[in-house]
Design a protein around this ligand. Sequence first.
Ligand code: ATP
Ligand code: MG
Length: 617
Amino acid sequence: MSTNAPNNPSTSQPAGGAPDTTGEAGEHKVSNFLRQIIEKDLAQGTYASRRWGGSPGNATHHANGQPDPAKIRTRFPPEPNGYLHVGHAKSICINFGLAEEYGGVCHLRFDDTNPEKEDTEYVNSIIDAVKWLGFSWNGEPGQPNTDALPYQASDYFDFMYEAALYLIGAGLAYVDEQTPEQIRVNRGDFNTPGTDSPFRARTPAENLTRFQEMRDGQHEDGSMVLRAKIDMASPNINLRDPAIYRIRRATHHNTGDKWCIYPMYTYAHPIEDALEQITHSLCTLEFEDQRPFYDWLLERLCEGGLLQSPPPRQYEFARLNLTYVITSKRKLAQLVYDHKVSGWDDPRMPTIVGLRRRGYTPESLKLFAERIGVTKSDSWIDYSTLEGCLREDLDPKAPRGMAVLDPVKLVITNWDSIHGAGTLDECHAPVHPHHPVLGKRTLQFGKELWIERTDYEETPPKGFFRLFPGNKVRMKYGHIIECTGAVKDPEGNVTEVHAILIPDTKSGTPGADSVKVKGVITWVGVSEGVSAEVRLYDRLFSEEMPDAGGKDFIEALNPNSLQIVNAYVEPSLARARADEKFQFERHGYFVADRVDHRTGGRLVFNRVTGLKDSWGK
Ligand code: ATP
Ligand code: MG
């Protein structure tokens, strides 16, 4: 089934609607249950009759002009109580991505119903994360307006209060003065129906008086709550008269001290969706049991004429579980506060800021979200899938460069007699092997070169084709050499490897193939190599499921998740701008650190990932 959704000019994607399309990253877009629901609603015009305007609250104050009611609207509703992580990235890609794909809009909305927990640091970090992933809110398609304020739950507190008054008047809500403990006990459990509160039979007039007293600050925090009046015997415990308002004397970052009662998230969230004319409210599976209350509330408010029909609908998808990663905000916070990592943006953290600093790109995360797909059942995704998406994104675009991470000096002992003392020989290498238009790098070959310590073996193991006495290798983009031995210090450590140049074997010259070799060595000229700090990051945890079964995840930390080395890099790498990504030939992908771009005058690179999966089973 296809739709007439217009092409979104902000992307290069074909018009949404076709179930199988090829996205920006070249990924084949596979239909899934969410795409099917949206396509059906668009085809049937489910929301086309709903009219914007006249909505109570502030729902329209952010929007650019009159939004088209025929468009789909999704939302991403984080609670600003921590930094977003890779699981949120999935949710962002689903919510913003589907809206973009079908010519709709996605709202960034802060769930700030909990006055104590919000922090502007988190608010700003969430805004940055969504923008960095390349999404915008508020703007109609093609008119991104990322500078506009995101939506926030607290914009609708007035309406939520009015809606509560309506429910009370209609006999659908009551003020309960049981203690929290009594409420808990009387709610029953899976096997036992709940017991009615002695306050359940109060008249609407009594309830109204009580609720207004709650709002006016006449009662203690926690002394009473407003509850929806549904069914204390419902098999779904969420329908056993859920609390919808509580008393909490706390200053709210947006509404200040205007309120001493705050709506519960389960009550606030459906109303926010309805006021913003959301069509498809997409969330993770743990909200499945809340859906009956979501529907109950919006249906009642539509009946009462407070909201327009049809109300939004909630659909649940499986959250992301990624091996070797924890995605609980609380546990991530513990890693930060216990100094197990350097901060929220430590390149080992699965936070969006951490992934970004590690060298992940928005395209790689979008590719990942598309590849893992959307399903209705929980599963685990292997970490290598995430790394694979990054390699796929970087391989075709990352400039190449040579770096020696564990340097030892190679001396060409016959250099002076062949090329002349103090001379250098210019060699050329492509910036990218598949894109000649990107040009060439220039490298200076000379008598002294840095090579990897592990490229020399005095007594080589079987299958070792690199440097050992008597063996010939090609110095990549340069000449063929024959190893003659090494100099060692009194402890037996190699301090210099020696070799002789085989004349007329330079890469790109007619004699290049005159000698056959099995090994190719990467190198950096001593005359031009630039010293750099390279941070070799690996997985933060050495166990696949670090927090499974209530395990202490701190014990699962990988002790070798960071190793810092003093490397030499070729001059083209030494010009790296912060956040620029490269493939270090033979070593993997590296990024110039965006925070500590230069430390003590030296460049800092982070290892993003190796060239291949080294953790494979
Ligand atoms: P908290 O326990 O603090 O509520 P949370 O991870 O649920 O943490 P929210 O800010 O409420 O954080 O999440 C915003 C949105 O991101 C929600 O819609 C939630 O369903 C979604 N989300 C959170 N974690 C994941 C995950 N691992 N995979 C996919 N979506 C997720
Ligand atoms: Mg949550």
